[in-house]
Design a protein around this ligand. Structure first.
Ligand code: ZN
Length: 107
């Protein structure tokens, strides 16, 4: 690594100055510090994208479960109604199937 001695990081954003920290690596003819190493930066950015995708999926599932819970509550209220037609079992079953699919993230 003696060829890095005295070299500084050449990373710069279009609107900013060069980093200028001591270089720790060379990549495609340019020198970079540990923070701006293009390979490490790409890995960090990929990791960030994966975390964001997981967070979005988690939020989607939580939202679907919350909606399913609210719909299940409405269905229970409907069933509790005393004048609810006794021959409506298939209707209740289809509603329950929709709610369960939502709770399981299938809709
Ligand atoms: Zn740098």
């Amino acid at each position: 690594m003696s060829d890095l001695k005295g070299k500084t990081c050449q990373f710069a954003r279009p609107w900013g100055p060069r980093c200028g920290k001591p270089a720790k690596t060379e990549h495609e003819g340019k020198f970079y510090c540990g923070i701006h190493n293009p390979v490490k930066r790409a890995a960090r950015q990929a990791e960030g994208r994966v975390k964001l995708a997981l967070k979005r999926e988690d939020l989607r599932i939580r939202k679907a479960r919350k909606e399913a819970g609210e719909e299940a509550l409405e269905l229970l209220k409907l069933i509790k109604m005393q004048d609810f037609p006794a021959n409506s079992l298939s209707y209740l079953q289809s509603k329950a199937q929709i709610i369960l699919a939502k709770a399981e993230g299938k809709s």
